[in-house]
Write a protein that binds this ligand. Structure first.
Ligand code: SF4
Length: 127
């Protein structure tokens, strides 16, 4: 994924959010929304965000159930992580995908300095 894209590039920009919030969700419930996601330039970042933050509805072309399966596979139970832990996890994911500190800061609504602090804490924990 191109790390220079941001949420203003989203394919769903300007589309009613109801389309992405089906009531009785299962993989066949929101084919139109999934089709939109499948042509979205920030699909991967959107999916990472939804997995990490336990979002509901269609995100990154996936349903709640599909993301639950992703969490089980990656053994990342973000509900048990405190807010700081979720943020640190997301910083780690996006850092691994080549995002700059400023890009991550813009996506998360935090300062680039805080992103660097999360990265440094991860580095110390790994040492
Ligand atoms: S991938 Fe995310 S940002 Fe892109 S269209 Fe789907 S819901 Fe919107």
């Amino acid at each position: 994924m191109d790390p220079t894209v941001d949420f203003l590039d989203a394919a769903c920009h300007g589309i009613p959010t109801d389309m992405f919030c089906p009531r009785d969700e299962h993989p066949g419930d929101a084919p139109a929304a999934v089709r939109i996601c499948n042509r979205c330039p920030i699909r991967r970042a959107c999916l990472d965000w939804a997995v990490t933050n336990d979002e509901q509805g269609i995100w990154g072309g996936t349903t709640d159930r599909q993301r639950a399966a992703i969490r089980r596979r990656t053994r990342t139970n973000v509900r048990t992580l405190p807010q700081t832990g979720r943020r640190r996890h997301q910083v780690g994911l996006w850092t691994g995908r080549g995002y700059t500190a400023q890009q991550i800061a813009d996506l998360l609504g935090i300062s680039a300095r805080t992103v660097v602090r999360h990265r440094n804490a991860d580095t110390k924990a790994a040492a």
